[in-house]
Write a protein that binds this ligand. Structure first.
Ligand SMILES: C[S@@+](CC[C@H](N)C(=O)[O-])C[C@H]1O[C@@H](n2cnc3c(N)ncnc32)[C@H](O)[C@@H]1O
Length: 355
């Protein structure tokens, strides 16, 4: 998923830098601003136990799948419902269930009625976040997943795998420039393609992992491990309004929505890390309370905290150091990007080896 601040293209830099500092071969890795789960997944693949967290529920769903799921899903209780599952190899079952959901007939539900052109045409705000067909299909699949869960036909692992699959694939056909703060007037080419349930595959391994959906400031005292990786927002852009539709698909809670973009309330999901007046206090709070041996922080040279502030705060825990790498900027939209001065930014990886 194309996500603000995603570290997908920086994984090599993170891996080489972190292994230069950390002496242990395997460790418990805390990814507490997990977003898409790309970093946690990478360190899971390297054989580590991962604890992931994020304030957003869609991120929790993605991480429940990519991080916590670590063995093939059998979908045993769906055998009565889906013929082709009977006798199918365990490794094929997740794909078989996705195929079944792919063939489901669309229905006019919350997404279609609030975020598709046909469904909103007589309302104060007509919206076109998805094609009509994709909106209906998303509603039908989302409702089916919830029905199966309610009837006890799928377990939590299977539930989060299916939800993550829906979120990932629905994001691919969204009619936006990238984030959900606005939709495009005309259906762009990728949004005209039919929604397809391509399985959201996860790394198989033997370790037990854990995923939380909390504010890091509340969670920090409840978790412990060896290496804590922090990747907070860098600027004033809050994630909740930019990804409100992913949140609604993940929760499917019929929220009250408002305005041109159909925004849900996010007053309890505002991050202090995106508020200039709060960020230093909150950062110092988590750094001082972390129960870990090493702390790493990704940040860039245009963030709300200065390099000096970060160094001052992290140095209080032990021996401080810094890695840097040039990195090309996240492009939400080529046109709105014109305000930015540089086309690449300096990415910093600060660290402290705790005393
Ligand atoms: C820069 S992104 C992380 C990107 C991630 N490393 C990746 O590669 O996808 C920052 C994340 O922090 C989350 N976040 C912001 N404030 C938070 C808080 N106080 N507690 C927990 N998560 C928070 C946001 O929801 C967002 O997903």
């Amino acid at each position: 998923m194309n996500y603000i601040g995603s570290k997908k293209s920086l994984l090599n830099f993170l891996e080489t830098s972190i292994y230069q500092v950390v002496k242990e071969k395997h460790f418990t890795f805390l990814d507490l601003f997990a977003g898409t789960g790309a970093v946690g997944q990478h360190f899971k693949k390297l054989g580590n136990k991962v604890i992931a967290n994020d304030l957003q529920y869609y991120s929790y769903v993605l991480n429940k799948n990519y991080i916590e799921n670590h063995a093939h899903l059998e979908f045993k209780s769906l055998c009565g419902e889906i013929d082709r599952l009977e006798g199918s190899l365990i490794e094929m079952r997740a794909a078989d269930v996705c195929k079944y959901l792919d063939d489901i007939e669309g229905t006019e539900g919350f997404i279609y009625n609030n975020y598709c052109l046909e469904g909103t045409k007589d309302q104060e705000h007509a919206r076109q976040y998805y094609s009509d067909a994709n909106g209906k299909k998303a509603d039908a699949i989302r409702q089916k997943i919830e029905d199966w869960k309610r009837q006890g036909l799928i377990n939590d692992n299977e539930y989060f795998f299916l939800l993550a699959t829906l979120i990932e694939n629905l994001d691919k056909v969204a009619n936006t420039a990238s984030v959900y703060g606005a939709f495009l007037k005309k259906l762009k080419q990728s949004a005209q393609k039919p929604l397809q349930m391509i399985p959201a595959n996860f790394v198989l391994n033997n370790a037990e992992h854990q995923v939380f959906n909390e504010n890091i400031e509340a969670l920090i005292e409840k978790v412990q491990g060896d290496v804590m990786y922090l990747d907070p927002p860098y600027n004033h852009r809050q994630y909740a309004p930019n990804y409100h539709l992913l949140e609604t698909i993940a929760k499917y809670d019929n929220p009250t929505i408002k305005g041109k973009t159909g925004l849900r309330d996010y007053s309890n999901q505002k991050s202090n890390f995106s508020i200039k007046k709060q960020v230093l206090n909150s950062f110092e709070n988590i750094i001082s309370k972390a129960k870990v041996k090493y702390i790493f922080l990704s940040y860039n040279n245009e963030g709300l905290m200065s390099v000096e502030d970060v160094e001052r705060i992290m140095s209080k825990r032990g021996k401080y150091g810094l890695f840097t790498q040039e990195y090309s900027r996240f492009k939400a939209d080529k046109d709105t990007n014109r305000d930015h001065k540089a086309s690449s930014v300096m990415e910093y990886l600060h660290y402290v080896v705790c005393d």
